[in-house]
Each structure stands twice: as structure tokens, then as C-alpha cells.
Design a protein around this ligand. Structure first.
Ligand SMILES: Cc1cc2nc3c(=O)[nH]c(=O)nc-3n(C[C@H](O)[C@H](O)[C@H](O)COP(=O)(O)OP(=O)(O)OC[C@H]3O[C@@H](n4cnc5c(N)ncnc54)[C@H](O)[C@@H]3O)c2cc1C
Length: 489
């Protein structure tokens, strides 16, 4: 819907103007009729979160087809089940779904009475944003501005990376699946892409420049690596990429050659997942003196999401030092518009990594809990579990895992981590419980729903050390240890 062009009644054209139409910006827009500026409808949350979910579903369906024979399904005309994946069919279906979701969103914005412009916005004066509409510059004024411009994939700034490397956002623009893929860096998005490509039967190597899943619980990250490694994904530790160049004998854009510091050469598709850069550098923040962190380039905000300039707010992943999730952006956006009296709580934020075995976490990692409260004040409980539906096809015993981190003095649960099918959905209800101050005693007193993965995971945990002893006693060991033993034999 175009913004009205008639004379403005007040001092400004609008009460509120949002720059950026991702999850944060849209959440603000939907609860108040205002003007929103969009470079791309939906932002990374709208498009990437859906794409990630679709890719994970493609992976899970492949596994389910394999398992289905144990559940009695037979496929006609085939003596033996031969599976293959149609990359272009998936790409087409996902693109069509995104297009129809985008149309649906536009209809929703119209019905909420939101004015929006598809244009890049730049702040040129304290209350003025400049946009370029059909080649014509236009100035829009508003009493309050909200910056919700998100972030975009970062590059390494080495020769050839921008020309020849892909990012997770480019993966589905490939007309064919990449033959071999090197995923550079073990961030959540890197591991998700690696898991998806590997599940299609493609060769994948993950090159780690630093720790796997930085910021997440270290032991959980190790378990994810174990699971993927045993599945067949290669991991290269302590390596860095120094140069990428196109291989002369190939015509496929997805193929490139990368050169390791160790001088080994590989021909393959290079997918960079080395973090994200906030979209804050060219939107006029410096001209109105909005303060950004020198380290991260992200916007410094107070507990009310207000920047160093009173009438300019920032929400979503442009914020400095805050967790970045879609759920949080939406929540903060709604609070900002509905009731500026309630501040958004940036603690106890859940997140999910859609790796082949899903990982969901809420609250503190074990390392962060130790640093915050001291090791002696922390107790860790955990359990391995085997989802009932995995027992029939005899799938991966002892790979699903749960960790509960408690603060000893008040028995409060300060961290919950689960790795298993539908981990995010299992965790969601417990997030509310944590917000209400869930204690270990209350968790113990919770009646489980049987048969279900949530009860077998959260409600049968033991103290960490005890369980390790029990497992070793039963000869049940970490899968990677088993694999390593096999390899060394
Ligand atoms: C690969 C990946 C995995 C993720 N996994 C999860 C997850 O599991 N769970 C989760 O909750 N979150 C996840 N996130 C994070 C989540 O997507 C972000 O936290 C969320 O998108 C932030 O929302 P936002 O509104 O701040 O920014 P965005 O959604 O990025 O939207 C910003 C919008 O602003 C637009 N814009 C930029 N500059 C301008 C300008 N000058 N003028 C006008 N418009 C502009 C952009 O085009 C974009 O449309 C993931 C993100 C990525 C990339």
C-alpha cells in the first residue's frame, strides 16, 4: 500500500517509521498503522527460517523413507528401494512457497492498514528518512524512527571469496546440487547446510576456523559434531582458508578451488558461514549520531531498545550484545509498539539449530553458568534417550541427549539443552516454565506424557557424573569414540 501523499496534519508525516521489513520491522508494523520501508519483503527471518525448515524436512523425509520398510511400507515396481533426490524439484517448490507466503504477507499488511514502500531508506536528518522511489528521491518525516535493518552474511576478505564462494542464502539459487562442498566455519547456519547436503548423499567437509557453534554449550556442540562425523561428514580442525579461485576446467559457478594453508588442493563448492555483518554502515546513523559498537558495528541500545538518540529505536539483529533470534525480534517489535512501559526480557531466550539431529537450547551454557555462578554453585544433570519411534528401525541408540543446568542455592534451572527429533518443540513449554522460575524439584515433580520424547528426555535425568559412570559400566560409549576405535583397528 502506498503512503498517502497529501499534506500532513501534524509536525511529521508519520508517527512511526520503520526501516527494514524483516521479522522485527514487520512485528512493529502489524500492530500499528505506520510506514515501513522494505528492501526485501520479509528479511532473513522470513525467507531463511522457512528455507531452513524446508531443507531440514527434506532431510527427515529421506530418513523416514529409509525407516518406512520396518514399519511395513512396500514400494511397488521396485525390488529394492533406490532413493534419489530431485534438487530442482525442491528448489522450485520452495521458491513457489516463498512467493505465495510473500503475497500473503502483503495482503496481511494491507488488511492491517500498514503503508509500506519497497525502497532503501537512509536517515538524513534526525526525523527524516530519504528514499528513492522509481528514480525520484523523496523525504519522509516521522516522530519516532525504528531501525530494524538486520544483518547479512559476512565474507573473509581473502582473494576470490566474494567471486567464488556461496553463503547459506545462495544455496537454493544453485541449479544443480554441488558435487562436493566445503563449509567454512562451524556456525549454526554452516552446520545446518552441511547436514542438509550430506543427507542428500553429497560429500561435505566442515572446516573450522574456531570452535564449533561458538556461544553454545561446548559439550552439546561436541555431541553434534560426533553425530555428524559418525554419519559421514568430515571435519577439518585448525584450518583456515587463504585463497579461492575458479577451476579452469569447469563451467559450473558452484565449483571453485580452494587452497589450504597446508597447500592441499581440492576442487569443490565453497560455502562460507563465517558470521553476519549488521546492516548499519550505510543507513545514515552517523549523521544523527546514533552510537554503534566499534567492535561489532551493531547499534548500542538501552533496556528499552532506545538508541543514543531518544526518538530512534533499534530492534532485532542490529542490536549490539543481544541474542538474535526471530522469536525475539517479533517479541521486541510487538512490545515496542503496544506498550513502551514493558521492556523486552533478553534473558532466557530459546534457540534451535536445525542440524540432522535438532539441537534446542534455552538459558545458560554450562561454561557460562560456571562463569556466572562459580563451578561449586552449579549442578548438571543429563540423560541419553532413545525415541520410541527409532527403536523399530534400530536407529542411533544413545545419540539423543538432554542436559539440565541448575543453580544449587535455590535449585533454579538456569540452562536447558536438548538434542533429538523435534528438540525445539520439546523445549518450548519448558521455556515458559523457566520464565516462571522453574526449579529442579518442580521438574522432578512433573508428570510425563507417555509415550513421548519430552518425558523420556527431561524427566529421567541423572547427575552428570553418575550417568557417565553408568554408561561406561554398561559399555555404552560416545559414538565418535566407537568410530575412532573402529578406525584405529
Ligand atoms: C542462517 C540463519 C539461521 C538462523 N537461525 C535462527 C533460528 O534457528 N531461530 C531463530 O529464532 N532465529 C534464527 N536466525 C536469526 C533470525 O533470522 C534473525 O535474528 C532475525 O532475522 C532478525 O530479524 P530482523 O528483523 O532484525 O532482521 P531481518 O529479518 O534480517 O530483516 C531486515 C530487513 O531490513 C531490510 N533492510 C536492510 N537495510 C535496509 C534499508 N536501508 N532500507 C530498507 N530496508 C532495509 C533487509 O532487506 C531485510 O528485509 C537465523 C538467522 C540466519 C541467517
Amino acid at each position: 500500500m502506498d503512503p498517502p501523499t497529501g499534506p500532513s496534519l501534524g509536525l511529521y508525516d508519520y508517527d512511526l517509521l520503520v526501516i527494514g521489513g524483516g521479522s522485527g520491522g514487520l512485528a512493529v508494523a502489524k500492530v500499528s498503522s505506520l510506514l515501513i520501508l522494505l528492501c526485501k519483503l520479509g528479511g532473513s527471518s522470513f525467507n531463511m527460517d522457512s528455507i531452513r525448515k524446508f531443507l531440514q524436512q527434506a532431510t527427515l523425509l529421506g530418513k523416514a523413507v529409509q525407516d518406512s520398510q520396518k514399519y511395513g511400507w512396500r514400494f511397488r515396481h521396485e525390488v529394492k528401494l533406490v532413493m534419489s533426490h530431485g534438487w530442482s524439484d525442491l528448489v522450485q517448490a520452495v521458491q513457489e512457497q516463498l512467493k505465495s507466503a510473500s503475497l500473503e504477507l502483503m495482503r496481511e499488511l494491507k488488511s492491517c492498514g500498514v503503508f509500506y514502500l519497497r525502497a532503501r531508506g537512509e536517515i538524513v536528518a534526525p526525523h527524516t528518512v530519504e528514499v528513492n522511489v522509481n528514480g525520484r528521491k523523496r523525504h519522509l518525516t516521522a516522530e519516532t524512527l525504528v531501525v530494524a535493518t538486520g544483518d547479512r552474511p559476512q565474507y573473509l576478505d581473502i582473494p576470490g571469496d566474494r567471486e567464488y564462494c556461496l553463503t547459506s542464502e545462495d544455496l537454493l539459487s544453485l541449479p544443480h546440487p554441488p558435487a562436493r562442498t566445503l563449509v567454512v566455519c562451524g556456525s549454526a547456519e554452516g552446520l545446518e547446510c552441511a547436514g542438509f547436503l550430506f543427507s542428500l548423499g553429497l560429500q561435505v567437509t566442515v572446516m573450522l576456523l574456531a570452535d564449533l557453534l561458538q556461544g553454545f554449550d561446548l559439550k552439546m556442540a561436541e555431541k553434534i559434531e560426533n553425530y555428524m562425523f559418525v554419519g559421514g561428514v568430515d571435519f577439518l580442525h585448525h584450518c583456515s582458508l587463504s585463497k579461492v579461485q575458479r577451476h579452469t576446467q569447469t563451467h559450473r559457478d558452484s565449483n571453485a578451488m580452494f587452497l589450504l594453508k597446508t597447500q592441499h588442493h581440492f576442487r569443490l563448492c565453497v560455502l562460507l558461514a563465517v558470521g553476519r555483518k549488521a546492516c548499519t554502515s550505510d543507513i545514515g546513523l552517523e549523521c544523527v549520531r546514533v552510537q554503534c559498537s566499534q567492535d561489532t558495528g551493531r547499534i548500542v541500545v538501552n533496556e528499552r531498545d532506545q538508541t543514543s538518540v531518544d526518538h530512534i529505536y533499534a530492534i532485532g539483529s542490529v542490536q549490539h550484545g543481544r541474542p538474535s533470534t526471530t522469536g525475539l525480534s517479533v517479541h521486541a517489535g510487538k512490545l515496542l509498539t503496544l506498550e513502551r512501559t514493558t521492556v523486552c526480557d533478553y534473558t532466557i531466550v530459546p534457540t534451535v539449530v536445525l542440524t540432522p539431529l535438532e539441537y534446542a537450547a534455552c538459558g545458560l551454557s554450562e561454561e557460562r553458568a560456571n562463569l556466572t555462578f562459580g563451578e561449586d554453585s552449579i549442578e548438571v544433570y543429563h540423560s541419553y534417550y532413545w525415541p520410541l519411534e527409532w527403536t523399530l528401525p534400530a536407529r542411533n541408540k544413545n545419540s539423543c541427549y538432554v542436559k539440565v543446568i541448575c543453580h544449587i542455592p535455590d535449585h533454579r534451572v538456569v540452562g536447558l539443552h536438548v538434542m533429538g527429533p523435534n528438540a525445539g518443540d520439546i523445549l518450548q513449554g519448558f521455556v515458559t516454565a523457566m520464565k516462571c522460575g522453574l526449579t529442579k524439584h518442580q521438574l522432578d515433580a512433573t508428570v510425563g506424557i507417555h509415550p513421548g520424547a519430552a518425558q523420556s528426555s527431561f524427566l529421567h535425568h541423572q547427575k552428570a557424573q553418575k550417568l557417565e559412570e553408568t554408561l561406561t559400566g554398561r559399555g555404552l560409549e560416545d559414538p565418535k569414540t566407537q568410530q575412532n576405535q573402529k578406525t584405529s583397528l
